[in-house]
Ligand binder design. Sequence first.
Ligand SMILES: [Zn+2]
Length: 360
Amino acid sequence: MPWSLIGLKSLKATLSRMIHSARFPHALLLTGPRRGGKFTVAKDLAKALNCLEPEPDASPCGVCLSCRKIEEGNHPDFIVKRPTGLSQSLAIDDIRDLIRSLGYRPFEGQRRVVIIRKADSFREEGAGSLLKTLEEPSLSTVLILTALSESRVLPTLVSRCVRLRVPPLARAEILAALKERKNLTGPRAELLAGLSGGALGAALEWPPEEAWGRWASLDQLFGQVIEGQALGRKAVLDFTATECQELEKLKKLDQEEAKKAEEGQETSGHRQGRYTRLLEFMRLWWRDVLVLAVTRDKNRLAGPAASLAQRKWATEVSPKNLTARLKELDYLEDNLRRLSQSELVLTAYWLSLVNSLGPK
Ligand SMILES: [Zn+2]
């Protein structure tokens, strides 16, 4: 079985080289977009370092006892830590326990592999105890830190790690993967590829029909605005109601997670304050309109083929105005996050969009 990742040839070559070399680094920092495969790479490395029958390119076989145990998460030398609780940082006690356990030899594997997710959430005190471990590495332990970007991780940690970036995939690679794994092609696949920002995990997490329905209803409303039609009151209300329902759900989930964290229970890993799904659609929609307006090149679109509404906006509105529409979304996101009256915020958005075209 080759490396689990799709594409990323040069990253895979680097992994193979690292494992073949006599000195595998004792600490790695993997960075890359959310849901972009960092954990997959880390797990692959854990398997490869312990595989009983590795492939010639050093990738793990995927079927030996050790590989299977790691896949199922019950290998005693495969440890995954992620921040929990309200502060979303690793508890200091947790780190101390971890470090203590690293003093022992691996139980059954050749190398103990410790994955620390969201290393960007480390505070100084937690990092301090880990630094010592990074400075006095044990030959039998490999620490793999993952984070969105290097700049978000404490420099003292970064400087002690070998850094590897898991880059976003090209659009064509995401499309190929959607076809292979979900048998999904056409506009729906193109939409998911556009929403994913090059992170395969993100492309796979959207239910295609739901995503497409949302895209179509947004597109319809934007179309009505540029056509100078009075925005269908019902359409806006329906749209707003659906979005507000989701916002409410997410906010509630936030509260539940916060409560669980307070009580010391395990949380689901739901990202707090993530009211951005609607915004992801809107950003993609306006981004493609702007690209179309500036380049007139449909091959540069990130989402599905341009709709009538997108083409109309692109030809009838100045790029300057379109850039403002894209920027406006930051403001909208901020308001949705801060204010409790989501309905009001969304309705105001549509009004201001109509006004942005000036008098007809
Ligand atoms: Zn194996």
